[in-house]
Design a protein around this ligand. Sequence first.
Ligand code: HEC
Ligand code: HEC
Ligand code: HEC
Ligand code: HEC
Ligand code: HEC
Length: 232
Amino acid sequence: MAEIVKKGTKSMGRYHYVFPKWSNMLLPAALAGGAIVPLYVVLVVAYGFSPETTDVGYQPHQPVPFSHKLHAGELGMDCRYCHNTVERANHAAIPPTQTCMNCHTQIHKDSIKIRPLLESYLEGTPVTWRRVHDLPDFVYFSHRAHVIRGVSCVECHGRIDRMEIVTQVKRLSMGWCLECHRAPDIHLRDPRLVTKLGWGNDMSDEDKLAQGTIWRETNDLNPSQDCSTCHR
Ligand code: HEC
Ligand code: HEC
Ligand code: HEC
Ligand code: HEC
Ligand code: HEC
């Protein structure tokens, strides 16, 4: 199986400090100068608007320069070829090296970009892909619950099929989840179209809303806002 590195672990080089590390050094100076309040404000503003707190724009570099733009976009591979548990499990599986080697034992096998993949294959060690999206552990989330009910990947991950490097585009905050749970219609489509990310781009908002309402009614959908739905 492929390995996914948790956010906040050492190899990610990314910790969830309340304040950036360097602020520790400023603290004694600030206390001495009685400047704690203004400093606090500056830190909160500076840190509060950085990508680390909202996570939007978070884009870790990966050990193999794998491009969704090429594979899912230009080559037109379906998301489920690689993320094959997305319709039946909470988590969407990251493909093992073997999946890549279905093609890359032949294609570009001598390329320097493929080398780490080849090493992983020959040594039987998984590629340590870095996690991009990561909810706190106290949140319950299920891919299956969304995907089989007609919520497309694009609603939560954006145009992955145009990304050279995967970037987080939505906040994944509680407010964001609830916004859709309160009014899902505009975000719904025929469940068979969930991996067609460009679908509906040529439709007006009214048409999109109208067809979404049909899917909600025919499938009797009613996304819950109860705390226990997402915090169990
Ligand atoms: C050829 C295999 C392959 C295909 C096809 C593919 N992916 Fe991926 N996907 C990967 C790999 C490998 C990673 C981990 C490396 C990375 O983030 O780029 C990944 C990562 C991701 C992530 C980020 C996971 C995280 O860590 O948060 C998302 C979201 C994602 N893919 C969505 C999609 C969507 C949507 C499609 C279809 C449009 C798709 N993928 C098609 C192989 C694939
Ligand atoms: C269905 C076949 C197929 C699968 C499966 C596949 N690839 Fe590819 N990949 C290609 C093709 C075709 C190209 C080259 C396109 C070109 O050069 O025009 C390519 C190119 C690449 C390149 C760029 C190589 C270079 O030298 O430019 C990398 C890196 C890569 N793939 C990584 C992966 C990884 C990682 C996986 C598994 C998550 C994967 N591929 C799965 C078909 C595939
Ligand atoms: C309703 C929003 C939503 C939809 C729809 C959605 N995802 Fe995700 N995805 C998320 C969230 C939230 C996470 C982070 C999950 C976590 O941290 O537990 C995530 C994580 C992932 C990951 C990383 C592995 C994992 O499960 O944590 C992959 C890969 C992925 N998504 C692919 C897809 C693909 C492919 C689709 C469409 C077939 C899709 N997602 C549809 C919200 C969504
Ligand atoms: C774009 C719309 C959308 C977004 C964003 C979204 N959801 Fe949902 N969610 C739905 C729909 C639609 C359902 C299905 C409701 C039904 O089956 O009646 C659902 C169902 C669920 C379920 C019920 C699973 C079950 O069957 O027990 C959970 C849990 C859930 N969502 C959690 C989340 C969390 C956590 C987030 C944010 C990280 C989120 N959702 C974001 C639309 C969304
Ligand atoms: C649709 C899913 C969903 C529902 C329903 C939901 N939450 Fe949350 N909640 C989340 C997510 C996702 C987060 C994580 C937000 C983040 O990391 O920014 C969260 C975070 C929290 C936090 C942590 C505070 C914070 O800002 O980090 C608390 C407390 C909380 N929720 C309480 C509740 C209560 C009380 C209810 C019921 C009134 C509720 N939640 C309903 C998804 C949900």
